[in-house]
Design a binder for this molecule. Structure first.
Ligand SMILES: [Fe+2]
Length: 127
């Protein structure tokens, strides 16, 4: 039996804005409506379902994505083109820097609801 993460809900202040932001930064197709959700799929078939938090306090979640070097260049280029604040660390102490953990590159930034997004070019713990 193969167990694969299929989807997760991303509580959002404005799901349209959050889903569009995610799709544009990551170079994905337009979000797809499904019931109350706006879905954006990544390449391992996991769908992020953006949902209106309807006034609930949003608990910051962390979503991390493994990307190629070319994709890192594209996504990080979009982050900088938008003038977004980014950090080398999840504690958000090293602003305006990226990290080079495990011989790759990594960077953190926030989505419009405050969730912490991350891209890395090497998985955690890789040689
Ligand atoms: Fe992480």
């Amino acid at each position: 039996m193969a167990i694969k993460l299929n989807h997760t809900i991303v509580h959002s202040r404005d799901p349209r804005a959050a889903a569009d932001f995610f799709a544009e930064i990551f170079g994905r197709p337009k979000p797809v409506p499904f019931g109350p959700f706006l879905g954006v799929q990544v390449d391992n078939e996991v769908t992020l379902d953006f949902l209106d938090a309807e006034g609930m306090e949003i608990q910051m979640q962390h979503y991390a994505f493994l990307v190629s070097d070319a994709e890192f260049d594209q996504i990080f280029g979009r982050i900088r083109a938008r003038g977004l604040t980014y950090w080398a660390d999840p504690g958000r102490a090293r602003e305006g820097e990226i990290n080079h953990h495990f011989g790759g590159r990594g960077v953190y930034w926030q989505d419009p609801s405050g969730h912490l997004l991350e891209i890395i070019t090497r998985p955690y713990g890789s040689a």
